[in-house]
Design a protein around this ligand. Structure first.
Ligand SMILES: *Cc1c(COP(=O)(O)O)cnc(C)c1O
Length: 403
């Protein structure tokens, strides 16, 4: 396979230079948005390029896809109208029946959807994939066709060892897909660790400005599965629209510097929160006592991401803090330049992977001292608490909770 243009550049350079393309006829520095849904034939009934019709594909979309593929060191990438749309495209392209193993600690919207794939003739097992013994047992019990992992995982920020999972999955011929939304290619490139597919909610960090809904799939190499996903996307027209692809391209240009600033601030806030008497537990993979810190050190380069969660005395304390912050905005979603705080259990219901005393923090690019001052004042007046009875340090399997 020939090297793709830009593949040899470092990510930060790729991010700045590739997404905007080139406005060829006029040499505009910033590429234009191509909106045409159809392309004319010439006198000999030939097309000027391989573009024919807009449902399948579009030059702006392709440009943004090439940039994302280069950043992930992927063979190819496709953009969809949302992260969910990208994830669902993988499942819908599987042969039937297929068996899927998915990480038990993962984005709730997708977990809920995956729980219902029986209606498409598939079976699903949710396993704590940070526990490789549990994963190996599940693979032995029923060899999967697809292993779906999310790392860091939402909202506990558990780290799954991609290389170890790929070894176990590939031994039985299963495809490994990694939801790398939170890591971004800046901190982890799953294909380097053996992943076959990478998925992102580009609504989050890749776009970074809370104004585009988009999803990414990237593939390490060509495969029948990838061709089926591409065909279905072309037939259904579920590719990202040109305007949104252009906005995403603009967001990508600052990805590397945005997420590094966010991770640095998240690390600062995590250290300060650990020392706060009203905070029972801080969940951040960059902290030395995080249960997966050693894996994070191996697998994440240059930072541990901009997401962290804190656990307070109880749900009332968590909701009180969410109600008192001023700079942090109370909203769902993550990865934008603005800091958000969310009581996840209000959204997804409490469970072993989402305690009701937990607040999820998406750290933006504001001054970390301002973010700290706002949090500190919101925490003020809450009594001191002990570590929780069910600390995240102890895996759910050890706690006796079935994942
Ligand atoms: C938001 C999110 C998704 C879903 O993406 P949408 O763009 O909202 O469809 C999937 N995985 C993770 C980790 C997410 O944070």
């Amino acid at each position: 396979m020939d090297a793709k243009p830009g593949a040899e550049l470092r990510l930060r350079t790729q991010a700045v230079q590739m997404p905007m393309g080139h406005d060829a006829p006029r040499n505009g520095l910033v590429g234009s948005i191509h909106l045409s849904t159809t392309y004319t034939r010439d006198e000999s009934y030939a097309y000027a390029s391989d573009h024919v019709y807009g449902r399948a594909d579009n030059p702006t979309l392709r440009q943004t896809e090439a940039s994302v593929a280069a950043m992930e060191r992927a063979w190819s990438a496709m953009l969809f109208g949302s992260g969910m749309s990208a994830a669902i495209a993988v499942i819908m392209a599987l042969d039937r029946p297929s068996h899927v193993i998915a990480t038990a600690s993962m984005y709730y919207g997708l977990k809920r959807w995956l729980a219902g794939i029986g209606r498409f003739g598939h079976t699903i097992a949710f396993v704590d994939t940070t526990d490789l013994t549990a994963l190996a047992a599940s693979i032995d019990a029923r060899p999967p066709d697809l292993v779906w992992i999310e790392t860091p995982s939402n909202p506990l920020w558990r780290i799954t060892d991609i290389a170890a999972v790929a070894r176990l999955a590939h031994a039985v011929g299963a495809v490994v897909c990694v939801d790398s939304t939170v890591a971004t290619p800046v901190f982890t490139r799953p294909i380097d660790y053996g992943a076959d597919l990478v998925m992102h909610s580009a609504t989050k960090y890749l776009n970074g400005h809370s104004d585009v809904s988009a999803g990414v799939l990237a593939a390490a190499r060509p495969s029948d599965l990838w061709s089926r996903i591409a065909e279905a996307r072309a037939d259904q027209g579920t590719g990202l629209g040109a305007f949104d692809a252009w906005l995403l391209a603009r967001g990508l240009r600052t990805l590397a510097i945005r997420v590094k600033a966010q991770a640095a601030s998240a690390a600062t806030l995590a250290r300060r929160l650990v020392a706060h008497p009203a905070v029972a537990e801080v969940l951040y993979p960059g902290l030395p006592d995080h249960p997966d810190h050693a894996v994070a050190l191996r697998q994440m380069t240059g930072g541990f991401g901009g997401m962290l969660s804190i656990r307070l005395a109880n749900a009332d304390a968590a909701l009180a803090v969410a109600g008192r912050v001023r700079l942090w905005r109370c909203a769902t979603s993550l990865g934008g330049v603005e800091s958000l705080i969310e009581h996840r259990a209000s959204m997804e219901g409490a469970g072993p992977f989402c305690p009701d005393d937990l607040l999820r923090l998406s750290v933006g690019i504001e001054d970390p001292d301002d973010l700290w001052a706002d949090l500190d004042s919101a925490l003020h007046g809450l009594g001191a608490v002990d570590a929780p009875d069910d600390p995240i340090r102890v895996s759910p399997t050890e706690r006796g909770v079935a994942p």
